[in-house]
Design a protein around this ligand. Structure first.
Ligand SMILES: C[S@@+](CC[C@H](N)C(=O)[O-])C[C@H]1O[C@@H](n2cnc3c(N)ncnc32)[C@H](O)[C@@H]1O
Length: 234
């Protein structure tokens, strides 16, 4: 038995790795999330498919339940694939799943995926670093677990570029926090459904982006690299 923790990439099925495809072809079971493009599942031609995806505010399975499914399937099958959108370790809770499996002495192999955090901006031609403009970037959740007793996200980041995942639901709060430390005119780009046919790109500034209609799943990119992107687009 082995569990492969595999990144599926940001959406476009062509952005999955060859290694992930090889593993899917030999899988006995694939346990997958909503964000992984369903087309990718065609590679898992001989596998049982188990959907454990979650929607915002409507949990289909708790993380503990998912961990238990992984453990049970690994005890019954040789090759179990845990397929996750983007990269399994970028806000993917992959670390929690590995720890739960290792506790049961189940071996795990990890396969990186193209994370939406960087893959989506690159796919539209938005450089997340740019010589003379941005030499550092922060990737942050815009939806910190509200049950945490103390907030870990302080929003006073020093990095030039800020990339917010899961940032649509609280865009108002997040931009207000950022404006405590940054110019309200700082450029912002929101990319909805990046790399997918229904992709949408919305640009604005910290002070006006919330007036535009943005929908999840989306990335929020904050910083002067958005100006570079607009120059590249022209
Ligand atoms: C739970 S996180 C998982 C991230 C994933 N592990 C990764 O590396 O891309 C989900 C968030 O990723 C971002 N996201 C994932 N796929 C996206 C896409 N195709 N376009 C825009 N944002 C995306 C959104 O911010 C979404 O709310």
């Amino acid at each position: 038995m082995v569990v492969y923790l595999v990144g599926a990439g940001p959406g476009d099925p062509d952005l999955i790795t060859l290694k992930a495809v090889k593993i899917l072809k030999n899988a006995d079971v694939v346990i997958y999330d909503r964000l992984a493009n369903d087309e990718i599942l065609k590679y898992a031609e001989n596998a049982n498919l188990i959907y454990v995806g979650k929607k915002a505010g409507e949990h289909y399975k708790t993380q503990d339940e998912i961990n238990q499914i992984l453990i049970d399937e690994a005890k019954n099958y040789e090759r179990v694939v845990r397929l996750k959108g983007g990269d399994p370790f970028v806000f993917g809770r992959g670390g929690e799943e590995i720890l739960a499996l290792l506790k049961e002495n189940i071996p795990v192999e990890t396969v990186p995926g193209v994370t939406s955090a960087v893959g989506v901006p690159t796919s539209v031609g938005l450089p997340v670093t740019h010589r003379g403009v941005a030499t550092s970037l922060t990737i942050v959740t815009g939806h910190e677990d509200p049950t945490k007793s103390e907030k870990q996200v302080k929003w006073d980041f020093k990095a030039d570029t800020i990339i917010i995942l899961m940032g649509v639901g609280r865009l108002d709060d997040n931009t207000r926090e950022l404006m405590k430390y940054r110019d309200p005119k700082t450029p912002v780009c929101v990319i909805e459904n990046g790399t997918m046919p229904n992709e949408r790109i919305i640009t604005g500034t910290l002070e006006n982006i919330t007036r535009k209609d943005v929908k999840s799943p989306a990335l929020v990119i904050v910083g002067r690299v958005v100006d570079v992107f607009q120059r590249i687009q022209r």
